[in-house]
Design a protein around this ligand. Sequence first.
Ligand code: MG
Length: 370
Amino acid sequence: MKITDIEPIHLRVPVVDAIPDGTLDVLVVRITTDAGITGIGEVTSQSYVCKACFEAPRSAARRHGLTSILLGENPLDPERLWEKMYYETNRYGRRGAAVHAISGADIALWDIKGKAEGKPIYELLGGCHRQTVRAYASVLFGDTPAETGQLAEQFVDLGLTAAKFGWGPFGQDAAVDLEHVQAAREALGGERDLMVDAGHAWDVETAASRAEQLAPWNIAWLEEPLAQDDRKGYAQLCPQSPIPIAAGEGDVTHHDFEDLIDRGVHIVQPDVAFCGGLTVCRRVSNMCQQTGRRAVPHCFSTGINLSASLHWMASIPDGDLVEYCLRPSPLMRKLVKNLPPLQNGRVPVPDGPGLGIELDDEILREFRVG
Ligand code: MG
């Protein structure tokens, strides 16, 4: 089998506000083969730049565009092609946009392999540990503690058993932070999981003291309390924190995650459409298994990302948690025709060959850029 065409398809809603919302502007990657099998993937990054990472022509060694690297290749060995893409973009890639773009190609290659073998991707990744995955939803803290409590009530009404609150007013004042967390905990009740995303708000000393203050509220994890590049800070904080520390939504390749694990981070959060794809995710969860850590996907864009994350989580023994995005964007709600739904706090893993999803041509046409 040979790759005959690679299409980076840029989708964007008419108004993209500068808010942390990955559902407004995405790059879909479609890879076609001479066997008539087509694979799809997604990149959640700067779509204009990542599209160029595909379309750039061949250049001097290790600075080629991804399309020129992949055309004519056999798509059925995604691991080999990941290494090839990573190496041949080395001069402008390694940790930046080129790796984000590789994510989309890698997901599409796994989709092709699954379709060619008639197997869902989770079987290719390591087998099926579960048919549904527990969901958590995330939202910004309310402007007031009362508003945070109301948001938590909405999660309870949706049947969710886990919720994450972050950013917004959180992080500036210890007393206010405590009031927000208390409101969320009271609305969620004692049996649901509550996670807190501190949005890079603190230095090590502040993070350590806030973790002590918040611990009695039974927080499942404290996410990104420090700047993403404060690696020494994470190494100091993790062993003393009474709350497990989570990080990694901004990290790429298994090399970055190996470093986070070495620094003591308890829960790592690769985004499959950003970190380098399913090939990287599988390497990360293998490392987690060997070191007693946990991987939970960051997932906040479209149903392609969600489906790839579900396959990954189905394939690992402790993979029973996925982030489920509740944003109203049509790219999240409608791009995937058979979007895996939220049912009683869980999400079914697609069980068709490959990703097991189908894209809506109308949505592709309506939101396509250019
Ligand atoms: Mg986060």
